[in-house]
Design a binder for this molecule. Structure first.
Ligand code: SIN
Ligand code: CO
Length: 381
């Protein structure tokens, strides 16, 4: 899928992480990929994260799902909005919306949240830490955007919502079906439904915080540290003031910490696995490990392999091949296997070359991915 009149290089240079952009319906023929009723159905599912925000001012009330089927009928005529997380994991046509935005690498993509709002409904003025493409699916929404916010921005007192206290927008647009608004991190934004049946698809990105990286990598590195690995001073020299922690001691202590974190290869392996951890469990794990004959037959017959939409795939290039990361696991793919790793990361479905049916390494990799629920053979129906 390709967006017409959308210059990716110009966008990356002038807008990505810099300033908002309104893109008027760039789709060849926009079609709303999900019906409001289907979204309501997902919000009733135990495995789906959903919220309702009722009202249109500081007294907005938030309720968390899953919701009973009768809940939506009870909401009445006032403004409200339903927000459902990771709908791309449930609905292939919603997952397909991410395809034109893959000029941003997959590891930066989070998921697609879908909202439905009645007239006047919305979550209120707020800012997010992440980039987002807001695709208007159905109906109309008025977006007001700007300025850039931070931890000092005054918020309204609210237990569940982080609403900006004195929101004054610098831009305002009404979006129609197919229109897209790009909002960079920390830009204040407020979307209010104009008329009923307003559906918005938020294609959200992620960017790890320094705190998340430091904490996660430190935890990982400390896992295998032995008790004997500690400060030592066999060269201890007498010091004038016993109460002083000397610069020499600090240098040595600090080096213990920084050298443990300086291992770039260990960092790369940890990060790949960490970033590929699935956010929600798609549960495609088979009841029993796939048997070797079934696997070989399916590959030999070129049965397509589908990726679990909840799974996260990425690879890194190494001097002698690729390292594949899938759902928190890493797989060293040297030699010809490197190409298979790259193919697995390219798209949601692939036909694996039948010659892999004769390769022990290829069979082991695909069996491992099937057994951990990250891929499955597409069954004929
Ligand atoms: C919405 O769809 O109403 C909210 C999207 C957002 O502001 O991030
Ligand atoms: Co937002």
């Amino acid at each position: 899928m390709h967006l017409a009149h959308f210059d990716i290089d110009h966008f990356l240079c002038h807008h990505w992480q810099k300033r908002p952009l309104l893109i008027r319906n760039p789709w060849a023929a926009w079609r709303n990929p999900l019906e409001p009723d289907e979204l309501a159905g997902l919000a009733c599912d135990d495995d789906v994260e959903a919220r309702l925000v009722i009202g249109d001012d500081a007294r907005r009330v938030m309720e968390s799902g899953p919701f009973g089927e009768s809940r939506f009928g009870e909401l009445g005529a006032g403004p409200w909005t339903l927000l459902v997380q990771a709908v791309d994991h449930q609905v292939p046509d919603v997952a397909a919306l991410m395809e034109p935005f893959r000029f941003v690498p997959d590891w930066r993509i989070d998921d697609v949240m879908v909202s439905y709002a009645s007239h006047g409904g919305g979550v209120g003025p707020h800012f997010d830490q992440y980039d987002v493409f807001l695709v208007q699916g159905l109906g109309q929404r008025r977006w007001r955007v700007g300025p850039v916010c931070d931890a000092q921005t005054p918020l309204l007192p609210h237990d569940d919502l982080r609403l900006i206290a004195d929101f004054e927008a610098s831009d305002e647009w009404v979006l129609n079906p197919g229109d897209i608004l790009y909002v960079p991190p920390c830009f204040a934004h407020d979307g209010v439904a104009v008329g009923d049946d307003c559906m918005t698809y938020s294609i959200g990105f992620r960017a790890p915080s320094r705190a998340e990286l430091v904490e996660g990598f430190c935890d990982h590195q400390t896992e295998h540290m032995v008790d004997e690995d500690r400060y030592a001073d066999p060269d201890l020299a007498r010091q004038a003031a016993p109460g002083e922690i000397t610069a020499v001691a600090i240098d040595r202590l600090h080096a213990l910490v920084t050298s443990a974190l300086a291992d770039r290869d260990a960092f790369a392996r940890w990060f790949g696995a960490h970033n590929s951890q699935p956010k929600y469990d798609g549960d495609w794990r088979p009841d029993a490990p796939i048997d070797a004959a079934t696997l070989r037959d399916s590959l030999a017959q070129a049965v397509p392999l589908a990726r679990n939409p909840a799974s996260r795939f990425a690879f890194m290039r190494l001097p002698d091949g690729n390292r594949l990361f899938v759902d928190g696991q890493d797989f060293d793919c040297a030699g010809a296997l490197a190409g298979l790793a790259e193919q697995l990361c390219a798209g949601s479905e692939l036909v694996v070359d039948p010659h892999w049916a004769g390769s022990a390494d290829g069979l082991a990799l695909i069996a491992a991915l099937i057994d951990q629920g990250s891929v499955a053979f597409v069954e004929d129906d």
